[in-house]
Design a protein around this ligand. Sequence first.
Ligand code: IPM
Ligand code: MG
Length: 377
Amino acid sequence: MKMKIAILPGDGIGTEIVAEAVKVLDALAPMYGLKFETETALVGGAAYEAHGHPLPESTLKLAQAADAILFGAVGDWKYDKLDRHLRPEQAILGLRKHLGLFANFRPAICYEQLVNASSLKPELVAGLDILIIRELTGDIYFGQPRGRRTATDGHFPGTEEAFDTMRYSRPEIERIAHVAFQAARKRKAAGSAGKVTSVDKANVLETFQLWKDVVTEVGLQYPDIALDHMYIDNAAMQLVKEPKKFDVVVTGNMFGDILSDEASMLTGSIGMLPSASLNAKNQGLYEPSHGSAPDIAGKGIANPLATILSAAMMLRFSLNQAAAADHIESAVKSVLAAGFRTSDIYSAGTTRVSTREMGDAVVTAIGKTAIKTTIKG
Ligand code: IPM
Ligand code: MG
């Protein structure tokens, strides 16, 4: 089967880390009889430089026509002064909106070998495996109206004010709630608690009272899954107090943005965390949870594992190749067990490697685990 993958490396370390993930996919393809048809395009600041827009029509078309998109990262401080609609971040927001990528999966897994890299006590994070599901195409990110005007009321009438609209419709909440309950069910079958925590601010916001009501209703269809509700402020606190209490967390776009950054730090290394953003057709965009890190771009020291693990999520979610996805994930674990570390996860007694050496190590590990995994798949 031929699979069309749009490769969008973007800015900063994007090019280096995506190259390693592509290398891993290429190594895996012959073992599973997969044929990847890949095409690369510019996105973010790189696209702005070349075409005057962070998401040129040609890049958007390529993404729309693909089965899956492998995305690096976008952004650089040097674009901070551009109009908002031309900033690199608009590329990722535009892709989410145009492709309807409403379901964002952000797992936070603390790898056994990296327990000491977390800023939290090892016993709080050892064995941590939670999944944040963030709604990605609604909320205050996309709500209309938004803009600036002269205030006619409020605390300072007659002065300049800005406003954004927080907004969710019932079907938008229903579909993300189903995604969360189904994910919790799948995880339960694999040994997790079978619990969804819905994070809201229903005590203050009408939008999130509707959110809570709808998630509760949808939850009735999943009697095998426990549901609890938590206010965002409390959730932010509980996440550092007792992170292992969580299983699946479902929340809106804005709260999910914040909570997923917080959760990533529990694992000690944002350089390890993949993510997937899916639409109703299971077409998906796969990207590391971290950003473009312009400060270390071009130095060959970035950690490619989050992108390599994003490629694994791509195989699992959009390309229906669970065995190949498992294969990548076990290769990454064995590389960590063998002591290979990029600078961000380096500690005394381990072997410091470059971006490329880390990619090579994963490719080698894939070769070594081939027979076992092929039989399992
Ligand atoms: C993320 C990022 C984006 C967001 C930015 C780059 C627009 O922070 O993917 O979490 O806010 O969604
Ligand atoms: Mg973010």
